[in-house]
Design a protein around this ligand. Sequence first.
Ligand code: NAD
Length: 273
Amino acid sequence: MKALEQFDIKGRSAIVTGAASGIGLCYAEAMAEAGAGVTITDIDIDGAEREAKRLLGEGYDARAAHLDVVDREEMTKVFDEHVAHYGGLDIAFANAGIDPGAGFAAPDGGRNPEGQVDAYDVSAWDRCIAINLTGVYNTMREAARVMKAGGKPGSIIATSSNAGVVIEPIVGMPYHPAKAGVSHMVRYLAMELAEFRIRVNSIAPGPFVTNIGGGWLQDPVVREAWDSVVPLGRIAETDQMKPLALYLASDASNYVTGSQVLIDGGMALGGFK
Ligand code: NAD
């Protein structure tokens, strides 16, 4: 098979969590642009509906659903509805995540710290683990259930972070173990699901300009500070995620499972430039 043909996902379907904005939206766009049907899910149902409508208007196949990744009942319902609509599920992105805030001060003082581990509000820990770790578990669990029932190969992709590999003092402490947990959970499930031809991989982004943490990476001052510490010299726009999302979703990566792909401008090589 020719190289480009291996990226073909026409006629397949994908579900993406946290897809009303940012990296999740970019995954959804990548799937739709490559010819798959996609369910855009988010707690922000207005945003999910807006983006599904936009993609439909551009001639792609998209639909929206409300989904809080913490809510297992809603998760089951949304996955079942996706299967009823598309006749199966080929690709699932466990993407929804938050920056919980609590953490250390950045070396350059770039962000207001909420105090060290003994000082901050522990609710930041609870929220972060519930959404960024348990929410990914809930998503991968449902994806495995419906993909196994479908009996076809599948691809599950979780969004981790380079903060699961190295310490990024500017990002809250609870974010680090949550993301490291996502990457390691992916390795376990890759082993478990291999016999069903379901592949499980993670993407570990560095700084991308999105709405995360209230959009602090969009601030020109913060942006300039990050541009100067990333080895490749800049923070990234979400469009840059599309080729990697398509690679992991498609047969182009059909011998890849349990992997983590860093897409961080080199930050995890040694932290700051
Ligand atoms: P974003 O805020 O633009 O998008 C996150 C989306 O998740 C939002 O639409 C939000 O409404 C949704 N969401 C929040 N809580 C949810 C819940 N409980 N259930 C369902 N949806 C929920 O942020 P983003 O940067 O695109 O983040 C996407 C993923 O990428 C996250 O897992 C994040 O940790 C990860 N990530 C981002 C960066 C970055 O620099 N932007 C770096 C590394 C990893």
